[in-house]
Design a protein around this ligand. Structure first.
Ligand code: NAP
Length: 304
């Protein structure tokens, strides 16, 4: 299993991560269990996904069952937009920790760089349906509160999500504790090459979400280049896409919902150099998520 060192000097992140953005509570438990059994040791959660309790339940079962220790798993969760005010950061972190049933987190991310009106309403809107942003807190104010969490020892590393290179640079330059990870949409149609280069030079891990293009069809899973390589190397298109992501030095998040798919997505191997280069030459460009522009996620289930 590929593991990527973190710049904080506090261990490694398994490159293959299981994402928990699953709208159904029961499915969250079975899918997380299936991922753990398939070998996934990296779990990506978020306050906003509304299912930290269910993920925590599946992880606790895995830990109680023996064979997997807390130090063997890498758990991330994220601070939501309505908790960016510095005084809200630690309570939000503690609430997530409590729902997950854990004593510490391996990684805590600012979910998006957009601050929404502070409070318990995760999706504050005006009468016209426009998002209510909070203009009285900066991303750096929030970052300093994140650094305090590391100082307090309950969180090993901190980072950002849904961030552009232009927004990342000033945080990187001013930070006392540098971001260890940035989580962004990345796949062959959105390689984020410049961001990846910046991060590699500074030891920041790029954690790619939507490595399968959210499984949308038509899309990456039936792209002719990917399908031809899959046939040539005897792997599935999903396995080719995940292998490409690891081979270019990113970590990734994938969300197999069944045990069989979890085993498939965990079973990846290095691509031949010509296949890797062929994927790098794909010219199609497509961003699936506008969250980097607005802070409003496109793939959050509206009702549970
Ligand atoms: N930071 C953010 O704003 C943000 C945004 C989105 C996601 N994320 C994170 O990233 C994680 C990954 O989500 P994603 O949508 O990007 O995951 P993904 O793995 O790229 O896409 C998931 C979709 O792919 C399908 N799929 C999974 N494995 C497959 C396989 N082997 N063959 C064919 N189809 C397959 C799934 O179908 P089935 O449902 O049929 O299994 C599902 O529809 C999320 O869970 C979350 O943790 C973060």
């Amino acid at each position: 299993m590929t593991r990527i060192p973190l710049n904080h000097g506090v261990g490694h992140m398994p490159a293959l991560g299981f994402g928990t953005l699953i709208p159904d509570a029961a499915l969250t438990i079975t899918a997380t269990r299936g991922a753990l059994e398939a070998g996934f040791r990296h779990f990506d959660c978020a306050e906003r996904y509304g299912n930290e309790r269910e993920v925590g339940k599946a992880l606790q079962e895995g830990l109680a069952g023996g064979g997997v220790a807390r130090e063997d798993i890498f758990v991330t969760t994220k601070l939501w937009n309505s908790n960016h005010r510095p005084e809200r950061v630690e309570p939000a972190f503690e609430a997530s920790l409590d729902r997950l049933g854990l004593k510490y987190l391996d990684l805590y991310l600012i979910h998006t760089p957009f601050a929404f009106r502070p409070g318990d309403d995760q999706d504050p809107r005006d009468q016209n349906g426009n998002v209510l942003y909070d203009r009285d807190v900066t991303l750096f104010d929030t970052w300093k509160a994140m650094e305090t969490l590391v100082d307090h020892g309950k969180c090993r590393a901190i980072g950002l999500s849904d961030i552009t290179l232009n927004t990342l640079k000033p945080i990187y330059e001013s930070a006392r504790i540098k971001p260890a990870v940035v989580q962004v949409e990345a796949h062959p149609y959105l390689p984020e090459t410049e961001l990846l280069q910046f991060c590699k030079e500074r030891g920041i891990v790029v954690l790619a979400f939507a490595p399968l293009g959210h499984g949308m069809k038509p899309g990456l899973l039936d792209d002719p280049v990917i399908s031809a390589i899959a046939a040539r190397v005897g792997k599935t298109p999903a396995q080719v896409l995940l292998a490409w992501a690891v081979q270019r030095g990113t970590a990734l998040l994938t969300t197999p919902r069944t045990a069989a798919r979890a085993r498939e997505n965990f079973d990846i191997s290095r691509l031949p150099a010509d296949a890797f280069d062929e994927i790098n030459r794909i010219q199609i460009r497509q961003r699936l998520n506008s969250v980097v522009d607005t802070g409003v996620p496109g793939f959050i289930p509206q009702a549970r």
